[in-house]
Design a binder for this molecule. Sequence first.
Ligand code: NA7
Length: 529
Amino acid sequence: MQDRDAIVIGAGFAGMYMLHSLRQLGLSVSAIERGSGVGGVWHWNRYPGARCDVESMSYSYSFSEELEQEWVWPHRYAMQPDILRYANHVADRFELRRDIVFNATVAKAEYDETELRWLVSTDAGETFRCRYLVMATGCLSVPKVPDLTGLERFRGRVLHTADWPAEGHDFSGQTVGLIGTGSSGIQSIPIIASQAKQLRVFQRTANYSIPAWNSPLPAEQEAELKRKYRALRQKARESYAGDYADEYYTSVLDLSPAEREVQFEKRWREGGFNYQYAFADVMVDERANDLAAEFVRNKIRATVKNPRVAEILCPKDHPFGSKRLCVDTDYFETYNRENVTIVDIKVDPIVEITESGLCTNDGEHRFDTLVLATGFDAMTGALNAIDIRGRRGALLKEQWRDGPRSYLGVAVAGFPNMFTITGPGSPSVLANMILAGEQHVEWIASFIAHAEANGLREIEAKSEAQEDWARMVTESAAKTLYVKANSWYLGANVPGKARIFMPYVDGFQVYAHACEEVAKSGYRGFRMG
Ligand code: NA7
């Protein structure tokens, strides 16, 4: 049994910064990481075309001015290898590795109410005892393998985008089947199509995607951004999405039809999330949303030469942005290639996987390799995968059976001295995840410093505060169009998972302010002793 002041589970971007921050407080800390290296989601998601949807100058740590000035991002939107290189650079620069246990999966974390300690054990039998437990387990870290009849029979290779082999995969000369057209599918399809002999995409839901317009980041632009970095970071902290792009200029419905087209086109040209967050009413008013959606559909129709294929690719069954918006490079253009075909499996469903491909109602499709771009058990998957037991042995997974409940998305009643970074009930996946992680890390570190300075031995969310928070999160989401899709935000992609909107929807800046107020009030809503 190894004793520490704190254990951090996970060494992705949030876990690394948490480890660093707790060490700065003078605590003894270890981070326990399942992977063989740092980087979390960027360690595992090595599929071809994997790239961040938030601009790199924004999707990077802001806590160290030296770090942000010295690091050079080669592209506007960083590719996965560059992000992983950055994560490794941070681990080296702040000498984090000496306190990270790699290749270790936490199986159990149990609170000892007599000793006021968490007992943490890995599946290899290593055990730790600590006063503070921080879950930096990520929102998108448990890949979801679909329940497809016969999957085990397939004789070719099956690859999941979220668990891609480190050595890569050569698609040359291969016929490939790919299931899933969320961000991972949409990013990887153009690259796989350019390598493979034949690619057949099996689409269940057509998705909205905006071009990234990715390009090398010119040195002058980088220098200019770096000169203004403090102001940009501040702007990001005061924004809805935790990004420094301009938001909420206009209400779509206040614009004339001609002006609307100009604005949509401008935002389309800027690319990515600029299109979603530029308009105040897109996510709350169906008429505004329909207009934004139709503009995207018309872009798809203008891009894809075969009108039948274009209609398959046009999303029509959910509001724009209600499923995570995708950001692409040549996605729709890829369907103009001769070696790419699409099957609409809502019309022609998959019946079973066979030894050499799969059967839909209409017939057999044969391929050498099957790519599953089928997403994650999001937000709660990694927490529920651990046997986490709080007071009186209560199991977190059990407590969350009807959906996760937390206070501020950071603490759970009945689980003292435990914190969840970007947990359900916080902005998390609706914000720039690095900034969302930083804000949580800083808030948690301050709270722990407060506990240490005041000799507090237990800090725990009160259940009344938790209930009020959970109700507010659900009610806020219900006022938006986010709840009108079968998305992973709602757990709808995992059969049997409780349907509850998990992220905090009122905006990063509003949320961060609420957290500050709680701290200033002497941690209202927490029981401390
Ligand atoms: P997503 O966004 O959850 O996408 C998964 C895709 O896989 C989506 O198109 C699903 O269709 C499809 N899917 C899932 N299960 C099945 C089955 N059983 N049959 C057919 N199709 C299926 O995951 P991603 O990895 O692309 O992206 C996750 C996040 O990573 C992304 O939002 C960014 O934040 C980065 P559905 O829409 O459920 O009908």
